[in-house]
Write a protein that binds this ligand. Structure first.
Ligand SMILES: [Mg+2]
Length: 409
């Protein structure tokens, strides 16, 4: 079998997605997700200008060789643009291999280690009553674990809070990356946040009891000692995990945090390779790997980092917001189903419009996700529908401190 075409499709049903479609001389096609939220066209260009022509004539079965060729031959390694481009190729080749074998990809990775993937959903509110309503709504929809985010008194921006989108009834169309020529500016005050968050979790525990697994995302906004303080102050509320506490480039920061708190820690959604996890895993400084197949080079390296993490009883918690396309979500769901050290899968339903573009075998039943048993990844692109939603520029918001200093995302 030989690759005869590699096409990049950019579409924007509810938000922007970049998809690679690889076609073979036997008529099999494979899809890969190359979406880099807010910088989508950089990856589309990397693929069309520098990668697609290299794929023509190659044997699509040689996934590992193609991955190593793209990673090593470029000389310039790593980085989100490069790794999202390689991820798309890797996923598309696994998709083709699965179709050629007549098997879903998880079967090729060793078969299912569980019946389905436990998930968590995103509850949020501008105040406690609105937050409680959001949690109840998620429980009614079947979610068994809940991420809790709340507005902070004194901070104007609804950071991580989807209240306005909820009011429209299209909760998961909520897109933090706003369409337009400029990013929106938000404000931030870490001390106000640190005072407020424990009161939110105290209220949630009092209302919903001790059993419900609760998660929280700090969006990389704290210093190491602030993160340590937050982890310690949340210990009475028994979090499933505390996520992204510090800007994650500095892995050594987690040594300090770990010394002060037993709250489980998750990080890595902006990581691109196993090297970003090297110290964190080897020194057992985290409990969950947040990498996403799309931004981590695809299925092949995601499986490898989880095999490394397994030696230290560290589990998966793959990044799964709606900017990971249905192709990327399917890719990491196959990995999650196959590996022994699966933890939990973040899950935000894609919008109805997105699901008309990406036809999927994925199911979400009673809080559990399953990628389905279609051969390959189980996602097909409706190219006619995709063409009806042209790209629109969009940026993630950013924030400034009260004195005007740009702060971390
Ligand atoms: Mg996060």
């Amino acid at each position: 079998m030989k690759i005869t075409a590699a096409d990049v499709i950019v579409t924007s049903p509810s938000r922007n997605f970049v998809t690679l479609k690889i076609t073979t001389d036997e008529g099999l096609t494979g899809l890969g997700d190359a979406t880099l939220n807010g910088r989508e066209l950089a990856v589309a260009s990397y693929l069309t200008e520098h990668v697609t022509q290299l794929l023509i004539g190659r044997d699509p079965h040689r996934i590992e060789d193609t991955w190593q060729f793209l990673y090593r031959s470029a000389y310039w390694r790593r980085g989100p643009v490069t790794m999202a481009a390689i991820a798309a190729v890797d996923m598309a080749l696994w998709d083709i291999k699965g179709k050629a074998a007549g098997m879903p990809v998880y079967q090729l990775l060793g078969g299912a280690s569980r019946t389905a993937l436990r998930t968590y959903g995103h509850a949020s509110g501008r105040d406690i009553p609105e937050l409680f309503d959001s949690i109840r709504q998620h429980l009614e929809e079947g979610y068994k674990s809940i991420r809790v985010q709340s507005s902070v008194p004194g901070i104007k921006a609804l950071y991580g809070v989807a209240a306005q989108a909820q009011a429209t009834g299209e909760r998961y169309d909520f897109e933090p990356a706003g369409r337009g020529a400029q990013p929106t500016e938000e404000d931030w005050d870490t001390r106000a946040y640190l005072r407020h968050v424990p009161t939110v979790f105290e209220a949630v525990r009092n209302e919903f009891g001790p059993e419900l697994p609760l998660l929280h995302d700090g969006h990389h906004r704290m210093t190491p000692i602030q993160a340590a303080k937050l982890g310690k102050s949340l210990e009475p509320y028994d979090l499933f995990w505390l996520e992204d506490v510090t800007p994650a480039e500095n892995q050594e920061a987690f040594r300090l945090i770990r010394q002060h708190t037993t709250t489980p820690l998750a990080v890595g959604e902006v990581f691109n390779t196993v090297f970003d996890f090297q110290t964190l895993i080897r020194e057992q400084l985290i409990d969950y790997v947040r990498a996403a197949s799309t931004h981590f080079g695809g299925i092949s390296p995601l499986k490898k980092v989880m095999d490394y993490a397994a030696q230290y009883q560290i589990r998966s918690g793959f990044h799964g917001p709606t900017d990971v396309s249905p192709v990327g979500l399917a890719a990491q769901s196959h990995v999650g189903l196959a590996i022994h050290n699966f933890g939990i899968q973040e899950y935000m339903e894609h919008s109805k419009k997105t699901n008309t573009v990406f036809e999927q075998s994925m199911t979400f039943v009673d809080g559990y996700l399953h990628p389905g048993d279609s051969p390959g990844l189980g996602v097909e692109l409706n190219e006619e529908a995709a063409a009806s939603f042209p790209y629109q520029q969009a940026y993630l918001p950013y924030n400034r401190l009260t004195d005007g200093t740009v702060h971390d995302w």
